[in-house]
Design a protein around this ligand. Structure first.
Ligand SMILES: Cc1cc2nc3c(=O)[nH]c(=O)nc-3n(C[C@H](O)[C@H](O)[C@H](O)COP(=O)(O)OP(=O)(O)OC[C@H]3O[C@@H](n4cnc5c(N)ncnc54)[C@H](O)[C@@H]3O)c2cc1C
Length: 410
């Protein structure tokens, strides 16, 4: 039985890995490399993810995949410090003492924010799907907490949709990010980077006879008598991992509108640290990026022998014009960097970097099999209300299990 998987991101690779010994697998990938949002590029020493990534202690499926691939020793748990860039300064917000000292929020608002964080894992996420994040925060903590703390985060993450994003998304993010000790949040990473995970998945799939066709966008699909025609070739089963609306445009079933946001992430190699040792700095000041992420303030500097930072930006619709130039100019000026202090920079852009979880998204989550197509991806139940590596691996596994249980005796 021949299975076509559209997309070689973590969902597609996870489904293929799970099915590789029982079915003929062919993955079609439009980019030159696998990995999707978790792809990587070379630096002078090893690889670095094109988009910043880390994982969490509760990511059971990801951790067991890492172990199954023999990467347990590569796994490390690090502390991720955080702060805001405001009025031209990096303000640390990792420890209680730093939060108390932070001058841009009243003591009462800090207390309210602390209480919300403490009870964030006790809310029923399903009940929060119909309420906007703004409404929820203003009701629970007051307008001050929203405008001084959450509004810049939501604006940088969801842009024009920030007032429509559901409280389910926001609260689940707060809950998952509350695993903080005095040195910062406990976050997982692979010492050799996630490229190792992607490469091992590719190797395992090839070893079992599966094929990954990179540089091969799926441009058209159609029903055949017993299955599907994909780019002119016959398959028994399709697993779609891409935006369902785009999949419909190439011939898939119509599941309605899915609003995705794009992500543009610039990676830079620098001669000096501009974040005062912080890992994750959200921009409260207005800039063409919403956060500056100090990768080498998270993993040891010696791993790269240069300071690596990401400038993270989300957008909706078309990629903003001249984004790379705007980001770079702003970054240089804002952080007083001379030309010779920037060793290199590159930008990675993905228009479909994740669905925007606006209110009511829950009712749009597609089933795993619709009109003969298997669906798994960032839009799936396992990725609600925030997409993650864990959710994508889980989605790939769920469809693999469904396919196995339906077709294994064929
Ligand atoms: C900026 C950013 C930071 C993130 N950070 C984290 C993090 O720290 N921790 C975490 O757990 N998760 C993180 N995530 C989420 C995580 O990366 C994703 O959930 C996961 O990688 C998505 O995998 P996927 O396979 O579902 O989708 P994708 O990775 O988007 O894969 C879909 C693939 O389909 C391909 N494709 C699209 N159209 C076609 C076509 N017509 N034909 C063929 N191929 C096609 C695409 O090129 C892509 O390779 C982050 C995501 C982003 C965008």
């Amino acid at each position: 039985m021949n299975i076509c998987i559209i997309g070689s991101g973590l969902t597609g690779l996870s489904a293929a890995f799970s099915l590789k010994d029982e079915f003929n697998i062919e993955i079609f990938e439009k980019r030159q490399k696998s990995g999707g949002c978790l792809s990587s590029s070379k630096t002078k020493k090893g690889y670095i993810e094109d988009f910043y990534h880390h994982f969490f202690e509760g990511d059971e499926k990801l951790i067991s995949l890492i172990e199954e691939l023999g990467l347990k020793k590569d796994m490390e748990w690090l502390r991720g410090s955080t702060g805001y860039h405001v009025n031209g300064k990096n303000e640390p917000l990792t420890t209680i003492a730093e939060i108390i000292k932070y001058p841009y929020m009243s003591f009462l608002d800090k207390f309210r924010l602390g209480m919300l964080t403490l009870k964030s894992d006790r809310y029923d996420i399903n009940k929060l799907d119909g309420i906007t994040a703004r409404e929820f925060i203003e009701n629970e903590c007051g307008k001050g907490v929203y405008s001084s703390f959450f509004e810049p985060l939501l604006k940088s993450k969801s842009g024009e949709y920030s007032d429509l994003v559901s409280a389910a998304w926001l609260v689940s993010r707060i809950a998952i990010r509350s695993n903080r000790k005095s040195g910062g949040e406990k976050l997982g990473y692979l010492k050799s980077g996630f490229q190792t995970l992607i490469s091992l998945l590719e190797d395992e799939i090839s070893r079992s006879g599966g094929t990954i066709h990179t540089n091969t966008p799926v441009e058209q699909i159609a029903r055949s008598e017993n299955g599907w025609i994909v780019n002119g070739r016959e398959f028994d089963i399709i697993i779609n991992t891409i935006n369902p609306e785009k999949f419909h445009r190439i011939g898939g079933p119509d599941l309605g509108k899915y609003t995705y946001q794009g992500a543009a992430c610039m990676t830079l190699g620098l001669k000096r640290d501009v974040l005062d040792g912080l890992y994750w700095v959200n921009m409260k000041d207005n800039a063409p990026y919403g956060a500056v992420i100090g990768h080498t303030n998270f993993v040891p500097y010696e791993r790269y022998d240069e300071h690596i930072v990401y400038l993270a930006s989300y957008y909706s619709g078309k990629t903003p014009d001249e984004l790379q130039e705007k980001m770079l100019d702003d970054f240089k000026n804002r952080f007083n960097l001379n030309e010779d202090e920037i060793l290199w920079n590159r930008i990675f852009i993905e228009d479909d970097a994740g669905p925007v979880y606006t209110t009511g998204y829950r009712s749009k989550i597609p089933g795993y099999c619709i009109e003969g197509v298997y669906y798994a991806g960032m839009f799936s139940e396992t990725n609600y209300p925030e997409r993650s590596m864990e959710g994508s691996i889980a989605a790939g596994k769920v469809v693999a299990d469904e396919i196995r249980s339906t077709y294994s005796n064929d």
